[in-house]
Design a protein around this ligand. Sequence first.
Ligand code: BGC
Length: 332
Amino acid sequence: MSRLTVVAYTFGVLFFLVSCAFSVFYGYKVMSHDLPEEGNEIKGYNYHFVLVPEELDNDYWRLVEKGAQEAAKEYGVLLEYAGPKQANIDEHLKTIEMSMASKVDGIITQGLSDEQFTPLINRVVERVPVITIDTDASNSNRMSYIGTDNYYSGYLAGKALIEDTKGQANVAIITGSFYANHQQLRVQGFRDAVMSEQGIKIITMEESEISRVRAAEKAYQILKDYPEVNAFYGTSALDGIGIAQVVEKYKKTDQVYIIGFDNLPETLDYLSKGTIKATIVQEPYEMGYRAVQMMIDLIEGKTVPPVVHTNTRVLRAADLPVSHLGGREAGY
Ligand code: BGC
């Protein structure tokens, strides 16, 4: 082989390798817009965790992320927040799978349903510790759960509704998902709380798929199909907001009682105006913060309880600080 051929050949091989590297890199980037990075490339951190939310830009999950990032900063953890842009089980599962493949040190995620999440969590946990947050897959081998006692939170909602409606209501439920563990528990707790009340009837139940627009559409349809409905129970953060939009639009605020979940700014606005009468408050920031602490403890061999329940309580307009009552005082 002449010297020129060798040089040309070497150049060709180099060019080929560089092109391959670029295609792999950009291919990976395109495929995995929000997927975690390779664990062992992370320098300057003690650990690398991934937090997988139900929906990236959901205000509730941004609070979970905020708590987790705060703890991560304090303890020298690189925390990636990766998952579906809009609630989507397949993408959710894929992100967990990719996190495991990226050799992260810990995965914090919901255990949304037993059928799909339990087998995956059991497989992942053989290689990477998993903590469930917000929603438990209690039959899986996850190391620990931190979040609301979802059955109890539903029970609280039922009791609050009985108290506020004096035990007389025809209720429609709008739930985030028929299949998610926490949503089922929130419905079950509610049903059990109102079961022995003669004057309370559950008329129908619809699914919002974690979307405020869908919750509004469902609320509108329910009011059309079941004119006897005079109370709504929304079991996830955006349901109450969607229901409230419709109830206000059709000027039914005085006739329809709404109890929702969480205390996002819009929920508080509706609460202060009297459209939403009560909401079940969870502690998303606390969940995120403590999940990171628990993961560190687990990795460092400390004992971590299998279940840690964060606080849950009922909030009504009367409990709001005066600064939040501006809407009502201003009369809108
Ligand atoms: C639930 C989350 C859910 C969110 C949806 C919250 O009440 O705890 O699991 O993703 O609502 O908006």
